[in-house]
Structure formats: structure tokens, C-alpha cells
Design a protein around this ligand. Structure first.
Ligand code: GLC
Length: 756
């Protein structure tokens, strides 16, 4: 670690100590401290240390002698994971643990609805409690920095404000229904490649303004009780022993009073981990078991630190009542109330990107509909490595269409392509060769069948996209191309039938160049949960209008996105092929070949966030780069008119609230939701800013002809920047432009006001 960085970290730590004590939030957990004093008095050192590591795969110990129950965890964040064997990943084989599969993170984010996030959290809590759980390992709220991120589907958005609003909603929903959240993965776990070893190098300002806000909001506004330390390092320190992240910022500054657990296998020391804030090593006891006991006895760790870590756990334990053994796992986890929530979220998440009028589908003349694509029958609840959901049921797109269409049209299904299937372990070259040959033969057959079915249909519904083996925890995608030769297949289909509606059930961005030009309508329907197929069918048939909005930018090509364009990702030589053809030329955005060649030599375990705050649309808008579809974009089956913009003042002080009002009218023939968005552009700032930033939004339902006067509020405090010299939030009181629109790429009107 070079001297400069050591100095920076030391200075930052000192400043943080000075600025600490400015706790912004008082947790309800503090009310238990008096009782906890008495409990700790009675505990032996052994009992205290027993609480600080895994007891089973998904539980940590209480104090049986004192009647304090174990803490029971359940993976989320989009469904309560099946019951596992106590000391392995193998299922217990219950029948009652079939849960509701809620739409995954990016789908929830596509609703742009904190209210639905609250409902979502409520549903998750209800099912967690039926399973006897105390803490849900979710929400997963890392910012989507790279389009290829293996867990982009699980996370929420590329934007910190949207992610924050939804994190607060989810957290309140869970914690107002007798369970605790565990915000993950704290922090800067934005890639899966080398996730267990990568060292994120990031400036304070980008960390504070982009990557930490969702965690901060859930702590300060929703009093989150749990946090999961991420696998990676941040500025040379493992997250699970990162004093700045865990003590200085999370606890001292934000007022977090709960407990921090490691990610599974993400603990790296004994003394540092427990001193710098980690409460529980999960699921093992390599560091915080006997080694910790020995360290205390050897005087390397004070019992005062142990008492503090125990106190933080007991606060959560006292707040979250344990579920009596006899009540847990007694009936099927998934209940109609939660299935309804899953439908509500799914039906508001579907994003209509393009429609030449072919939608809603007209079934008045009993058309023949060719449903082509393996994703039409693909189960998305499980797959890949990540925490899947053993779900009671999952309505696939094909089932949803059959449910809603019945005999009013003739549906003919063709698989179309061979889906990607996740398999464990490495395969021999011979095995790979054999499988490739078989896949080629199968693909030819499926293509022929698809063309045949399409040639006889009035309409082709192409259901493609990724699946849970393509997007998975543990690895990032190599590119964003549609898998399994879908581009080639749709081109073949278009030779025999031009009437193509394409639905992509993906969780993360895809390269849409081929499907967008060929399809007369194009939608994203996500990994959309137990009721996803019914919601999709309702949208396609016009029973409801689509109303989802993109939570991330869809780039024209992957190389345009910031971490790729700057050669910051993927790291290291092993990806030389990715940049080999780019290194020799200066890119359209002027990033020289030297920068890229520098990247080639970068240690695969160093993630250089040199794009800083220019993540997602912040990058594309600042660099004036064209995108395929912008952040916040989504069509409906109606039209909305914006008019009469005004603000309640022309200038605002640093403690004021900006109120921007305008008229919104549904000028079409169908009820629908509009998500109005307000971005801020700084006109004459004193520091550098992205071109614009989202600072307010609202989802509004309007009937045909209905109009509403809307007022959105932006506290000037929310426009501060993190001053890296002062190591504190600071005001940039400049002239700003309020930009009101339907997406980052569709600003309806602008208004300049002054911050004084
Ligand atoms: C994993 C994931 C984390 C999950 C935990 C338990 O490695 O990173 O999100 O909650 O292990 O399954």
C-alpha cells in the first residue's frame, strides 16, 4: 500500500473521529440497553463468545441458560429460502417450506414504487415468521455499476436515490412486521468476479454520493437492525474488519445500533474483525470461536469490546421476538395474501420499450399465436448459485397466456433455442466438444420447428432473455448479448413472419440491437416472481397498461458503459481478449489506448472505480453518449401531457425545500400509471457534477381524461456534495436547473432557480 494511500486513509479516519458523534438517528434498539446491562452481568465469557459466530448454517447462538433464543436467518431477498440441513447447503426436505417467489430486485425497482417496496417487505416478513425466522438476509441494495454484474437482477438500480427510496420501503415493511432486515452487501460489492478477493479503490465522494446512500437511508429513515459485511475489500481493508465503514460511518455517524454479520465465509481475522465492528462470523467459527476466546484471555481483545458486540446482538434479539418452535414450519409458507403482493409488484414492473400499435394483442378474431422461446416455460425462482426460492408455484409466461386467453385464441408453443443450464464442476475438453456438437444439432431442429410454427401464425410472441443460470451470484456475464443464439433465431423467424412481439425475461441489461430493430413491440418482464406469467399476459392483452420504468440504462453496446469504457472492468490480463481489439484505438469518448493498456496489466483483484460518480445515466448524459433506452424509460398504452410547471420560489436557502408543481393529464383512452421524475442539473457549480441527477419521482395513476396537479419536494440538503477536503457534507449553492420528465432521456420542461 503506497504512502499516499496510507496517509489518505489515516487522515480520513482522524476526520471521521472528529466528525463522529454527529449521530443523525436514534435507534429504537437503544431502549433495551438497561435490561441488557443485567444480562451481560450474568453471562460468562464463553457464553458471550458463543454468540459471535455461526451455530448452524443459518443461525447464531443465544444464551440457553438465560432463556435467550438463537438468532435465525433466512435468505432473501426475493423469497424465504427453503429449510437447509443445519450444517450444510443440502435441503432439509420439508414440504411446508414452499414460499412465495417475489419479483427480484430489478423488477421491484422497475415499479419505482416505495409503497410496493413496503408491501414487498411486509410479505417477506410474514413468510419469514411462518418459518420461525428473525432476520431476512436482504434487501440486496448494492448499486448496479456494471451491466454484466451477476447479481444485477438481485440489486435494485444504478441510481442511489431510487435505490434508497425502495430500500427504506422494504426495510419498513419487514421491520413493522416482526422481522429484521440485513442490508447487503455492505459495501461496494458491485461485481461477482473475484468477489471474495477484489479490492475496491474508490474516492470518498463517489462512495458517499453513489454507493452508501441506500444503506444510509435504510438505517437513518427505517432503523435497519442488521447489516451484512461484503466479501470484498474497500480501500485495502476487508469489509468485515473495516473500521471506517462499520464503526465510523455506519455506527458513529448514521446511528446504527444493531448487528453486523459477515457474508458466508467472509471473515478474515479475530482481533481486527471483532474490534472493527463485526458481531457474527457466519457460518463458521474459525476466527470468532476458540481463537477469540484465546485472544481475550491473552489480553489481545478487551472483554469490553466483547460486551459491546454482544450488546448489539442482544438489542436485536430483544426487539425481535423469537417464534416458538411449535409455531414454525407448521403450514405452507406461501399464502394468497403474499401471492397477491407478488402479482401487484410484477404487474407494475413490466417495461414496454417499443410498440408500433401491435399491442395490446387483439384476440377478437381468435388469432393463432406462436409463442416461441424457452423462456416461455422457464422457471426463474431457482438456478445458478444464488439464493433461490423453493416456490409453491410459478406462473410462467406460457401458463399466464393460457390462463388469460383460454380458448379465445390458438396458442402454439415452440422452444426455439437451447437454454443455458448451470452445472457444477469443470468439464473435460472432450465433454465440452461433445455437448457443443449436440447443442448445434438441437439448435438446428428447434430453429426449423420455430420457423414452421411462426410461418403459420398471425402473431409471434418471442419470449427470450436471460435466466438464473446466465445471471448468477458468483460470476459476472462476459457480455450482454442475448444467450442461446436468440438474435440469430429471431432473424430466422422474421423471414417467415414480421408480426413479432418480443418479451425479454431478464434481470439485467441485454444488447437489444437485433431484437429492437426486428420486433414491432419490445418489453422487459424480468425474473418476475410467482405471478409473473399472469402479470405479463394481463399487460400483453391490455387488461392492464404496462407501467414499469427502467431502473438502469440500456446501452447501445456494453463497451459504452463507464467501467468498460475506462478499462476499469473486467480487471486483469485474463480478459485481454475483451480489450485487445480496443487497446489499439482511442475510443469515441477519448479514453486513450494507454488507459486501456494500463487496465490490461491491472491486478484482477483491484477494482479501480475511477469513473467515480459517473455511474449509469450519469456517465451517458455527461459524456453525451447515445443509449438504446434511457434510465427511467417506459411506455404505457396511453399518453400523458405535462403542463404549467412552476416552483414555489425563485431562490432557496440551504435549509429550504424546493417545491416543483405541474399539471399531468392522461390524454389517452386507457387508465395507466406515469412515473414523473425530477432531475437536477447544476448550471454554475463550484465543484464538478454529473450532467444531471434524479432527486424526486412519483408514480401517479390517472384515468382517461383525468388530470392532476402534482407537487414534488426536493430538500436543498439533498443537493449537498461530499467535500473530500473537509471530509464532510458541504453545500454548493449555485444556480440549478430543475428538469421534469418521463425519463432521463425525455425531459418535458426545465426551470432555473438559485440556491443562495
Ligand atoms: C452468499 C451471498 C449472500 C447470502 C449468503 C447466505 O454468499 O453473498 O447474499 O445471503 O451467502 O446464503
Amino acid at each position: 500500500m503506497n504512502l499516499q494511500r496510507i496517509l489518505w486513509i489515516a487522515v480520513f479516519a482522524i476526520i471521521m473521529m472528529e466528525s463522529s458523534g454527529q449521530k443523525t438517528h436514534k435507534s429504537v434498539l437503544l431502549q433495551h440497553d438497561k435490561k441488557i446491562d443485567a444480562i451481560i452481568q450474568q453471562m460468562t465469557l464463553e457464553e458471550k463468545v458463543e454468540m459471535l459466530h455461526g451455530k448452524t448454517m443459518f443461525a447464531s447462538a443465544g444464551v440457553e441458560r438465560l432463556g435467550i433464543a438463537d438468532v435465525k436467518y433466512a435468505d432473501g431477498p426475493f423469497g424465504i429460502r427453503e429449510e437447509l440441513q443445519p450444517h450444510s447447503w443440502a435441503p432439509l426436505g420439508l414440504t411446508t417450506d414452499k414460499a412465495t417467489f417475489f419479483p427480484t430486485g430489478s423488477a421491484l425497482a422497475a415499479t419505482w414504487s416505495p409503497e410496493l417496496a413496503y408491501e414487498y417487505g411486509t410479505g417477506m416478513a410474514r413468510e419469514a415468521r411462518m418459518r420461525g425466522k428473525d432476520m431476512i438476509l436482504g434487501p440486496a441494495i448494492n448499486i448496479q455499476r456494471i451491466p454484466t454484474g451477476g447479481r444485477t437482477y438481485e440489486y435494485l438500480s444504478e441510481d442511489p436515490f431510487l435505490s434508497s427510496r425502495l430500500s427504506v420501503g422494504y426495510t419498513k415493511g419487514v421491520q413493522e412486521n416482526e422481522a429484521a432486515v440485513c442490508l447487503k452487501h455492505y459495501a461496494l460489492n458491485n461485481q461477482e468476479n473475484n468477489r471474495g478477493t477484489v479490492n475496491v479503490i474508490i474516492g470518498e465522494r463517489a462512495m458517499r454520493e453513489i454507493y452508501l446512500p441506500p444503506f444510509r437511508a435504510a438505517v437513518e429513515e427505517a432503523d435497519a437492525f442488521g447489516v451484512m459485511a461484503a466479501y470484498n475489500k474497500v480501500n485495502d481493508r476487508w469489509c468485515s474488519e473495516n473500521d471506517i465503514l462499520q464503526n465510523k460511518i455506519l455506527r458513529d455517524e448514521w446511528g446504527f445500533a444493531g448487528m453486523i454479520i459477515s457474508d458466508w465465509g467472509g471473515t478474515h481475522s479475530t482481533v481486527d474483525a471483532v474490534t472493527y465492528g463485526l458481531n457474527v462470523e457466519m457460518p463458521d467459527k474459525k476466527y470468532l470461536g476458540q481463537a477469540l476466546l484465546d485472544s481475550v484471555k491473552a489480553g489481545k481483545v478487551s472483554e469490553e469490546i466483547i460486551n459491546l458486540r454482544v450488546r448489539e446482538i442482544l438489542r436485536v434479539r430483544m426487539e425481535i421476538k423469537p417464534v416458538p418452535e411449535e409455531k414454525a414450519n407448521k403450514e405452507i409458507t406461501s399464502q394468497p395474501a403474499q401471492q397477491k403482493i407478488a402479482y401487484n409488484v410484477a404487474s407494475k414492473s413490466i417495461v414496454l420499450l417499443k410498440n408500433n400499435g401491435i399491442l395490446p394483442i387483439d384476440i377478437s378474431k381468435k388469432p393463432v399465436i406462436a409463442v416461441i422461446g424457452a423462456n416461455a416455460t422457464q422457471i426463474m425462482a431457482t438456478g445458478g448459485l444464488g439464493a433461490g426460492v423453493k416456490t409453491l408455484y410459478e406462473v410462467t409466461p406460457l401458463e399466464g397466456l393460457k390462463n388469460k386467453i383460454g380458448d379465445k385464441a390458438e396458442i402454439v408453443f415452440a422452444q426455439g433455442y437451447v437454454p443455458v443450464v448451470f452445472t457444477w464442476g469443470r468439464k473435460s475438453p472432450e465433454q465440452l466438444e461433445k455437448e457443443a456438437r449436440e447443442k448445434e444439432i438441437k439448435t438446428k431442429e428447434l430453429t426449423k420447428e420455430a420457423m414452421d410454427v411462426a410461418s403459420k401464425a398471425d402473431l409471434v410472441l418471442f419470449i427470450g432473455g436471460n435466466n438464473r443460470s446466465v445471471e448468477t451470484e458468483g460470476s459476472d456475464r462476459k457480455d450482454i448479448k442475448l444467450p442461446s443464439g436468440q438474435d440469430e433465431l429471431i432473424q430466422k423467424i422474421a423471414e417467415v413472419n414480421k408480426n413479432i412481439v418480443t418479451v425479454l425475461t431478464s434481470g439485467a441489461p441485454n444488447d437489444l440491437n437485433v431484437v429492437n430493430s426486428i420486433s414491432k413491440a419490445l418489453l422487459i418482464s424480468w425474473f418476475n416472481g410467482t405471478e409473473g406469467g399472469n402479470a405479463l399476459a394481463d399487460v400483453l392483452l391490455g387488461n392492464i397498461s404496462p407501467s414499469g420504468r427502467l431502473p438502469f440504462t440500456l446501452p447501445v453496446k456494453l463497451e459504452d458503459s463507464p467501467a468498460y469504457a475506462l478499462g476499469n472492468y473486467p480487471q486483469g490480463n485474463k480478459n485481454a481478449d475483451v480489450f485487445a481489439n480496443l487497446v489499439s484505438e482511442t475510443d469515441s469518448i477519448g479514453v486513450t489506448a494507454e488507459k486501456k493498456s494500463e487496465a490490461l496489466n491491472r491486478d484482477p483483484n483491484t477494482a479501480n472505480y475511477s469513473e467515480e460518480s459517473l455511474v449509469g445515466y450519469r456517465w451517458f448524459d455527461t459524456k453525451k453518449l447515445p443509449v438504446m433506452y434511457p434510465f427511467g424509460y417506459g411506455l404505457t398504452y396511453t399518453d400523458f401531457n405535462y403542463s404549467a410547471l412552476k416552483t414555489d420560489s425563485e431562490k432557496y436557502g440551504k435549509n429550504d425545500i424546493i417545491r416543483v408543481s405541474f399539471e399531468l393529464k392522461n390524454t389517452g383512452k386507457m387508465a395507466a400509471d406515469e412515473v414523473v421524475q425530477v432531475y437536477i442539473h447544476r448550471i454554475n457549480p463550484s465543484v464538478e457534477w454529473p450532467e444531471k441527477e434524479l432527486k424526486a419521482f412519483s408514480r401517479e395513476t390517472l384515468n382517461p381524461g383525468e388530470s392532476k396537479t402534482l407537487t414534488l419536494e426536493i430538500p436543498v440538503k439533498n443537493l449537498q456534495y461530499w467535500n473530500e477536503t473537509k471530509h464532510a457534507w458541504d453545500d454548493d449553492l449555485c444556480n440549478i436547473e430543475l428538469q421534469v420528465g418521463a425519463s432521463a432521456g425525455d425531459i418535458k420542461f426545465k426551470k432555473e432557480v438559485a440556491l443562495k
